[in-house]
Design a protein around this ligand. Structure first.
Ligand code: GDP
Ligand code: CA
Length: 314
């Protein structure tokens, strides 16, 4: 059944992909578009790799590893084992099936196709009907400035150093030259609601909304965000740790505060209900739901509840 309104969801990797999949289960393909962070992209072993884009695509295609949330299900690691044997860079795990994606993406990029064209093609081949866009067709790269003075490319910080270094600030290189795919801009312009998935605010959502072309449209839209933190903790990754190191107490209200200037509606977990009054005091409508998505049905349930809340707003 048609929902009747258009949603654009912004997503990073694992957390974002879960809610994006829930929305895809509830909405018709022409009612949803997903814009994905590419600040985490890297060149590795000569390949162009887009980890968040792949996570979202694999998840919607039901090809993702259900335990880790990233990479492919039924994966094998023979290539990586050989790279290790040859003393190549094995810190970034690429499985054999995943490798095909990076090889073919790299080949097509070298042929002159854009990342958004390649993503659209892959999505068709994987049976995904919802449009999925990279936030930029040109490289934007996230760097982490650490308190020890190092400046690390995002995947070095995240994978090689297991997000152990304390961070001082985050920088997005080439943000000014970002080229947002035309169809993504059209989807944003036509959207009734822009939804920030429960992704890391600093390194998954910020890189998307800090692109001028995206930010200026979003400023005119009704924006809803879902907290990636439950009970002050991240389910995975460095989101809570980052709040702490950037001088804020990690929690759902800190997430809402981070988005405060653009947020109309915020969804947090029942466990964090005590923070609703504070957030509503900022003029943001705040609702509590069960925002933990351990499986596919939970994603659909949460997406359905959010869509119902949005429906009540109009
Ligand atoms: P990454 O690029 O793979 O790190 O993924 P994202 O930035 O999209 O998501 C990371 C965030 O997802 C973390 O802060 C997690 O706390 C959050 N997350 C993961 N699973 C869930 C879930 O089931 N519910 C909610 N609300 N957040 C989740
Ligand atoms: Ca990511």
């Amino acid at each position: 059944m048609k929902y009747g309104k258009k949603i654009v969801a912004l997503a990073g990797g694992v957390g974002g992909a879960k809610l994006a999949d829930g929305l895809a289960q509830c909405l018709e393909p022409d009612e949803l578009a997903i814009i994905v962070n590419t600040g985490d992209d890297l060149e590795h072993l000569g390949l162009s790799i887009s980890p968040d884009l792949d996570t979202v695509c694999y998840t919607l295609a039901e090809l993702a590893n259900p335990d880790s949330g990233w990479g492919r299900d039924q994966e094998s690691w023979r290539t990586l084992e050989e790279i290790k044997k040859l003393q190549g860079p094995d810190w970034f795990a690429i499985g054999d099936l995943d490798l095909a994606t990076h090889l073919e993406r790299t080949r097509r990029l070298r042929e002159g196709q854009t990342l958004s064209e390649i993503t659209a093609h892959f999505c068709r081949r994987w049976g995904i009907h919802v449009p999925i866009f990279p936030m930029s067709d040109t490289p934007v790269r996230t760097y982490v400035h650490c308190q020890d003075g190092r400046c690390l490319a995002f995947q070095e910080y995240f994978v090689k150093y297991h997000f152990e270094p304390q961070i001082r600030s985050i920088e997005f290189e080439n943000m000014k030259n970002a080229v947002v795919p035309e169809k993504a801009l059209t989807a944003l312009k036509n959207a009734d609601f822009v939804l920030f998935c429960p992704s890391n605010p600093f390194v998954s959502i910020d890189p998307i909304i800090q692109i001028e072309a995206v930010g200026s449209i979003i400023a005119q839209k009704k924006v809803i965000a879902v907290s990636p933190l439950i009970g002050g903790e991240a389910l995975k990754g460095p989101a809570a740790k980052m709040f702490h190191e950037l001088g804020m107490k990690p929690g759902s209200s800190a997430v809402a505060d981070h988005y405060r200037a653009i947020l109309d509606l915020f969804v947090l977990d029942h466990k964090d209900e005590a923070q609703i009054a504070l957030i509503e005091g900022w003029g943001i409508i705040c609702k509590a739901l069960d925002i933990f998505m351990p499986d596919r049905p939970a994603r659909k349930r949460l997406a359905g509840q959010i869509l119902k809340i949005l429906d009540e707003q109009t």
